[in-house]
Write a protein that binds this ligand. Structure first.
Ligand code: ADE
Length: 245
């Protein structure tokens, strides 16, 4: 899968390509290219920002270098989906990550300074935010989305099961995990996990996913895919009966 990043700070993008993502790049599963809008300016100072019309503080990123950079990418990769990173966009989540991971190519536009000329929006396919807060630059939003999308591409993460079972995969948070030792400062590992009984372990894990989601993020339950067994577990959680696995 191809990732293009339109940014005046390519070094933020390239410096972050380590670990799992680095390996995926080296194995040819993903390809990341940063494109600098400064390379599409024509003045001596390579100006990418200017004062806002109407006055006000700060500078605004100019429309021409960014649209020239988009055109440069589209000429080389016509099927790319162009995404503007902005706090005004729809909020990124695991479903969007899944949808993006099936596409052949994505192009992200990272804004800097106080804003970006609004006319850039006529040249993009989506506007996406990573949450209700303001970052100093879209580069950090890109890194978050890139990691979430890239790890869904087959082969990037070693164990496909770990993706199938993790938080949000079916709209629920993850069950608790433990490793040795059995006891740490008085805190034990739940007995069921040491029982070797796979069916009991499966039920306990499912029960815990429902309990933790109910306690911490009840909003997620509205869209979760629940089975008949899940409904029984959930009823037990709601009534505070606990342990029914
Ligand atoms: N740029 C600045 N803040 C952002 C956010 N929350 N999401 C995406 N891009 C941004």
């Amino acid at each position: 899968m191809r990732f293009w990043v339109i940014t005046i700070f390519p070094e933020i993008v390239y410096a972050s390509m380590i670990s799992v993502l680095r390996k995926a790049i080296d194995r040819g599963l993903i390809d990341v290219k940063a494109i600098n809008p400064r390379d599409f300016t024509h003045d001596r100072h390579r100006t990418v920002d200017d004062e806002p019309y109407g006055g006000g503080s700060g500078m605004v990123m100019k429309v021409e270098p960014i649209v020239s950079a988009i055109n440069y990418v589209k000429e080389r990769d016509p099927e790319t989906r162009v995404i503007l990173l902005t706090p005004r966009g729809k909020v990124f989540n695991q479903n969007i990550a899944k949808e993006y991971s099936k596409l052949p190519s994505l192009t992200f536009i990272c804004g800097r300074y106080e804003g970006i000329d609004d006319r850039v929006s006529y040249f993009v396919d989506d506007e996406v935010s990573i949450g209700d807060f303001v970052l100093s630059g879209g580069e950090y939003a890109f890194l978050v989305i890139f990691d979430a999308v890239a790890r869904l591409i087959p082969g990037v993460v070693g164990d496909a099961d770990s993706i199938a079972e993790e938080s949000f995969s079916d709209g629920l948070l993850e069950y608790p995990q433990y490793t040795r030792p059995d006891y740490f400062m008085g805190y034990g590992v739940p007995e069921v996990l040491r029982s070797g009984n796979h069916e009991r372990i499966r039920r306990w894990r499912r029960f815990m996913r429902l309990k933790i989601t109910f306690e911490r993020r009840p909003d997620l339950l509205k869209n979760a895919k629940l089975t008949e067994e899940d409904r029984l577990f959930l009823e037990a959680v709601i009534r505070g009966r606990g342990y029914v696995y």
